[in-house]
Design a protein around this ligand. Structure first.
Ligand code: HEC
Length: 142
């Protein structure tokens, strides 16, 4: 996956959108991931349902069950809390937090980190694309 990420970043030339871009950045990322998915699985259409399932799924890691929701809560529009440090985490929903998905390099780094923590592997473009598609459906009122 790292190779895809590099290709993606190289293609985009480190897109860094202004913070006020709001959901536009996230929408643009979805398009980029969709293009990568097409190369692997041409009939697949990114969808919010799969993104939500991915987000709430619990995984066995060294005998412990962990999920994205452990830190991000089950509502991405709300503020999260780090499961280990207790530090607050700003909302993941781009409609609520305009800073989200405005820098592809940062997003890729965070995905890499968290996917390895939770899934013990990197996430696929399909998972990332589904996930952001889901986040785009979540606003402050959920
Ligand atoms: C142990 C706690 C923890 C877990 C578990 C976790 N995250 Fe995160 N996540 C964080 C923190 C902390 C940040 C905030 C960094 C910041 O505010 O920019 C973050 C930010 C993010 C971002 C922000 C990207 C951006 O462009 O701003 C994404 C996407 C993300 N996480 C996805 C996931 C996914 C998907 C999972 C499950 C596979 C997951 N996270 C699990 C702690 C966690």
């Amino acid at each position: 996956m790292r190779k895809f990420a590099c290709v993606l970043i190289a293609t985009l030339g480190f897109v860094s959108l202004p913070a006020q871009a709001d959901v536009d950045g996230a929408k643009q990322f979805v398009k980029q991931y969709a293009a990568l998915v097409k190369g692997v699985n041409p009939s697949y259409v990114l969808n919010a349902e799969a993104g939500r399932a991915f987000f709430i799924k619990k995984h066995d890691v060294n005998g412990k069950k962990i999920a994205c929701t452990d830190c991000h809560t089950d509502n991405p529009a709300s503020q999260g809390k780090h499961s280990k440090t207790g530090k607050p985490i700003a909302s993941l929903s781009p409609a609520v937090n305009a800073k989200r998905f405005s820098n592809l390099k940062k997003t890729e780094e965070l995905f890499d980190e968290h996917c390895v923590d939770v899934l013990s592997r990197g996430c696929t473009s399909q998972e990332k694309g589904d996930y952001i598609t889901y986040l785009l459906t979540v606003d402050a009122h959920k």
